[in-house]
Design a protein around this ligand. Structure first.
Ligand code: EPU
Length: 438
């Protein structure tokens, strides 16, 4: 049975919380350990269920893992890796998209890999065609089976010249994790350059990889014969930090997010300032608050880095319901990431979604029927409702809406939020939120 929270809204969130390592780096740095023939140490690892899933997958492949929970330190020893049983890998299917990234490392270490049907948030089709195309270019053979995919490397994988159709985060990571031990050079064009990818490159460099990031989304990798261990402090989670910032704005609160860093959050900070939110940056973190008065509407577009990242979109939409005038949002990364707005409309928000590319430049979804643009008219008071978490980021945005709404809401399916927001209950307590398990 999934967990539910009864949340009393209308109370400003005020206080100090901390964010640790980014979910979208930590899981990949853990996979990178599979490439090593020495122990690896990752620090700042948050207590989120995605980390448990990846830990389970690594353990199935013979990696021994030691963790010290509160310090967020993970020690991974990949010296005795082995082929996992298909049924055991399959038992992990449905909970994460990370298994696809195990392919390159497992092909290098074992000559084969099995990828079960993938899970992850239901925010679009989320195919893995780029991943498979890339792996084939390195020389992998892919066989489709009823329960997933079996990949084999008849000989050592070879460096390749890869051009991605879209700067996909996962496909870029796939290339990096495969090219570092492939023979010869790899040149990747149209790469994603998210800060979490740069941090993964830093991890790989510590392990002995040779990777250069050039201008215009070009990354070159010179394959090496072996990779050693690493000791790395994960980049902080800018998605979680932005989510709490939106919670501060929507509840008229004031939150210091310890650990938040300015550089990777610049696109978010610009939007936050333009709509009238206040922030103050110091060496320890960033304080976000509602300065009083009216918030301003805005036209914005999500995009790959250095654009406004799609994972900030859902929490921001809740804050935009409290701005004066018409806001326009164009989601260009996922074709189906606006479905969560229906419940916000039930809570009193005025939001309409459209298939056209509104407000910005035409995107890949312009000729499809996917409703990927939204018009939000505000400010509208939100009223309590019973709502069910649709996906990770949508789920956190429902929590924000419930905290901002007048009355008591029931938010169902809150366990999904633990995929990416560690100890959010403790953090809500620290911020003075009033809620209890329903
Ligand atoms: N795409 C394809 N084919 C592929 C791969 C991607 O068409 O083979 C498309 C996707 O369908 C999507 C777009 O390319 O429309 C971008 O997908 P991308 O590969 O960049 O996303 P991802 O690697 O699957 C990661 C994060 C997401 C985050 C995106 C974009 C992880 C585990 N997930 O996903 O995070 O939204 O990059 O920044 O790193 C989240 O944290 O809630 C989350 C969904």
């Amino acid at each position: 049975m999934s967990a539910s929270l009864r949340v009393k809204g209308g109370i400003p969130l005020v206080g100090d919380i901390e964010v640790r390592g980014a979910k979208n780096l930590v899981s990949k740095a853990m996979v990178a350990a599979l490439l090593s023939d020495e122990p690896c140490r990752l620090r700042g690892v948050p207590e989120i269920s995605d980390v448990q899933v990846v830990s389970g997958l690594l353990e199935l492949h013979g990696v021994t893992i030691d963790s010290t929970d509160r310090d967020g330190e993970l020690l991974m020893d990949p010296r005795n890796i082995l082929q996992a049983h298909v049924a055991d890998i399959d038992a992990h299917a449905g909970s994460s998209r990370v298994p696809v990234l195990l392919c390159g490392p497992l092909l290098h270490r074992l000559g084969e890999a099995f990828i079960p049907d993938l899970g992850g948030c239901r925010i679009g089709e989320r195919p893995i065609n780029y991943h498979l195309d890339v792996l084939r270019q390195f020389g992998a053979e892919v066989e489709k089976r009823q329960d997933g995919l079996r990949l084999t490397a008849p000989e050592r994988l070879q460096g390749a010249r890869v051009v991605l159709p879209f700067p996909s985060v996962g496909a870029t990571e796939q290339v990096l994790l495969t090219a570092v031990l492939a023979s010869g050079r790899t040149e990747l064009r149209n790469a994603a350059i998210e800060p979490e990818i740069m941090d993964l490159i830093a991890v790989l460099q510590k392990m002995g990889a040779i990777i250069s990031v050039q201008t215009d989304r070009v990354i070159s990798i010179e394959g090496v014969e072996r990779l050693g261990g690493y000791d790395h402090l994960a980049i902080p989670d800018r998605i979680e930090a932005g989510s709490w910032a939106c919670a501060a704005l929507a509840t008229k609160g004031d939150i210091f997010v310890r650990g938040a860093q300015q550089q990777p959050m610049m696109p978010f900070l610009n939007v936050f300032r333009k709509i009238g939110g206040a922030f103050d940056i110091d060496d320890e973190g960033i304080r976000f608050w509602h300065p009083g008065g009216r918030l301003r509407s805005i036209a914005l577009e999500t995009d790959v880095h250095p654009g406004l990242m799609t994972d900030w979109q859902q929490p921001l939409v809740v804050a935009l319901t409290q701005t004066a005038g018409l806001s326009i949002l164009h989601e260009t990364v996922y074709e189906n990431r606006l479905g969560f707005t229906a419940a916000l409309a039930d809570m009193g928000a005025t939001i309409q979604i459209y298939p056209e590319c509104l407000g910005g430049s035409p995107c890949r979804f312009g000729r499809s029927d996917f409703k990927h643009s939204a018009v939000i008219s505000g400010p509208t008071p939100l009223v309590a409702a019973d709502i069910t978490v649709p996906d990770l980021r949508g789920g956190f945005s429902y929590l924000i809406a419930a905290l901002a709404a007048d009355g008591e809401s029931t938010v169902m399916g809150t366990d999904l939020i633990y995929r990416g927001y560690e100890r959010f209950g403790d953090k809500l307590d620290a911020l003075g939120a009033v809620y209890h398990a329903a």
